[in-house]
Write a protein that binds this ligand. Structure first.
Ligand SMILES: Cc1cc2nc3c(=O)[nH]c(=O)nc-3n(C[C@H](O)[C@H](O)[C@H](O)COP(=O)(O)O)c2cc1C
Length: 187
């Protein structure tokens, strides 16, 4: 049964699979939505890259529906977000856990993970990339990248977390804000 579903999804196009809703119509509870089965994708059809993410949020910033993520400075996906200035957040049903973890297991900078992953890429009408297996796609336009400074954090745990990332990436973690431009849900 599951297999048949996968095949059907692969054969359908974006319009057959997804319908547009407004940010206000997102039915998920933010605390169960954020950080679970989330893949961030940046780039266009000829070259795109995805990574798993578990941190972030949704809300209103400067009167605009906005998402935010915290990305380590050396993520290849972040490099493409900065270049293209648009990206998607794709939320998946639990059954794709393995594929989602795979996208978080190695960098696309020095691997062919986008060719290897068992998901079907799809272009949104605006040309951003996501996957046919996603259940919810949030398209974002980059609005702000802020560098986390450990001195601005008031818990030792957070300071340590920010400092630790510096050691690995030679830069502090980045808080990435994006205005929500489109929201798509599975039909
Ligand atoms: C469950 C899970 C959650 C993750 N959350 C984040 C995150 O919020 N921020 C981050 O920078 N990396 C996070 N990662 C790590 C990246 O997904 C991972 O380093 C990935 O390989 C980066 O890929 P890229 O260099 O191709 O962009 C997470 C990994 C997993 C498995």
């Amino acid at each position: 049964m599951k297999k048949t579903n996968h095949v059907n999804v692969k054969e359908m196009n974006f319009d057959q699979l997804f319908k547009q809703i407004s940010p206000e119509e997102i039915g998920d509870n933010v605390f169960t939505l954020v950080g679970k089965n989330l893949v961030i994708t940046a780039g266009k059809e000829d070259h795109y890259n995805s990574m798993t993410s578990s941190l972030g949020g949704l809300g209103i910033l400067f009167r605009k529906p906005t998402t935010w993520c915290i990305l380590r400075a050396d993520r290849y996906t972040l490099e493409i977000i900065q270049k293209e200035q648009t990206y998607t957040l794709s939320y998946f049903p639990n059954e794709y856990k393995e594929q989602i973890l795979f996208l978080g297991s190695k960098s696309g900078r020095d691997s062919e993970k986008m060719k290897e992953v068992d998901l079907t890429s799809v272009q949104t009408p605006s040309g951003d990339m996501s996957f046919k297996e996603a259940r919810l796609i949030i398209e974002c336009k980059l609005t702000e990248i802020t560098t986390a400074n450990p001195n601005d954090f008031y818990s030792q745990e957070a300071k340590d977390w920010i400092n630790e990332a510096y050691k690995e990436a030679n830069d502090y973690r980045k808080l990435v804000f994006g205005e929500i431009t489109h929201v798509w849900v599975k039909k």
